[in-house]
Design a protein around this ligand. Structure first.
Ligand code: OGA
Ligand code: NI
Length: 340
């Protein structure tokens, strides 16, 4: 199985192969700005002090509306577990190409898929990333190697689902809806879909020439991202690319396309991308939390008004995933395909 990690390590990549060189676009010259995404304190969202809680919920709503991204602290997922996930992920990518081939999969709905440059950009540029994607809920799938990896992941994705559940309750309240509104409307109790996406970005001799992951938005309601201590994620905010420096022991959370659909555009799914570095491998572990795979997502009637008609047509989560898969990643959100 071909991986970019393998070719970097076998020394085949002394200079960047031309099919990885990412053409510069006018967008890339947009100034970077050091601005920080909002920080949300999870412990306040579950506080027994009603004032504290409602303040935190308001901050959560503001973050979703103004940024579509926030850093989550005091979330209760132990540093030990997070460390184990990152360590065992590294061991997984350290398996031989031959061993990894067993998990390569081919189709979007294969329970486990690992490989490289999964989507190619419009101009066929490849990107500097290997990945492992597993469908982990309602049915849990994970590679059987290395030893203990699957157990560690199972514990982790369960915790990340619990955190997401609390966030979605806070988000419902922030929209002026009842706490369980999103849970009920999205049928989250009956088999919410959860996809684990692990990104492995090997060090690159000329990081400015390549792209780790080109600009895109995420499907689903919320994505939780954990990263090792190397930054690389950039988000688009007020037409500028903002680099995100992860706070220790935090999650980076973003609102996905289906939350934008559900809120009829009130909470936006924001374009982001990942760049690479020459120092060391960067690992990011994302979990995308969506509704059950065959549920139809459409704007909530409570958020549709005469002067604010439904902005998206209803589509099943499954069809949306296929639609997103079928289009090349090209800066545009797949949401453009279902906008009314
Ligand atoms: C993703 C993603 C960002 C990163 O997997 O969808 O945006 O920093 N990853 O790896
Ligand atoms: Ni993403």
């Amino acid at each position: 199985m071909f991986t970019i990690k393998g070719s970097v390590e076998s020394d085949a990549v002394r200079s960047i192969p031309s099919n990885y060189i990412c053409p510069k676009t006018p967008d890339d010259s947009i100034i970077y700005e050091t601005q920080n995404v909002p920080i949300i304190d999870f412990s306040l969202l579950i506080s027994s002090n009603p004032n504290e809680r409602s303040k935190a919920i308001q901050q959560l709503g503001d973050a979703c509306r103004d940024w579509g991204f926030f850093m989550l602290i005091n979330h209760g997922v132990s540093e030990k577990l997070r460390g184990e996930v990152l360590r065992s992920t590294k061991s997984f990518f350290d398996l031989t190409e031959e061993e990894k081939r067993e998990f390569s999969g081919e189709n979007l709905f294969d329970p486990i898929r690992c490989g490289t440059s999964f989507n190619v950009m419009v101009d066929k540029t490849l990107f500097w990333r290997d990945y492992l994607k597993c469908h982990v809920h309602p049915h849990f799938h994970a590679p059987s190697k290395p030893l203990g990896f699957s157990e560690t992941l199972e514990e982790y994705i369960t915790k990340s689902r619990e955190v997401t559940g609390v966030l979605l309750k806070g988000i419902s309240l922030s929209l002026g809806l009842e706490e369980n509104y999103i849970h009920k409307r999205m049928n989250l109790e009956s088999g919410a879909h959860q996809l684990l996406v692990i990104n492995f970005y090997p060090p690159c001799p000329k990081p400015e020439d390549v792209m780790g992951l080109p600009p895109h938005t995420d499907h689903g309601l919320l994505t939780l991202l954990m990263q090792n201590d190397l930054g690389g994620l950039q988000i688009q905010h007020n037409d500028k690319w903002i680099p995100i420096q992860p706070l220790p022991n935090s999650f980076l959370i973003n609102t996905g396309d289906h939350l934008e659909i559900l809120t009829n555009g009130k909470y936006k799914s924001v374009v982001h991308r990942a760049v690479v570095n020459e120092k060391a491998a960067r690992i990011s572990v994302g979990t995308a939390h969506g509704p059950p795979i065959d549920s139809i997502v459409s704007p909530a009637p409570e958020l549709v008004q005469e002067d604010h008609p439904p902005a998206y047509r209803g589509i099943t989560y499954r069809d949306y995933l296929m639609l997103q898969q079928s289009q090349e990643l090209n800066k545009k959100s797949c949401l453009d395909r279902i906008r009314i």
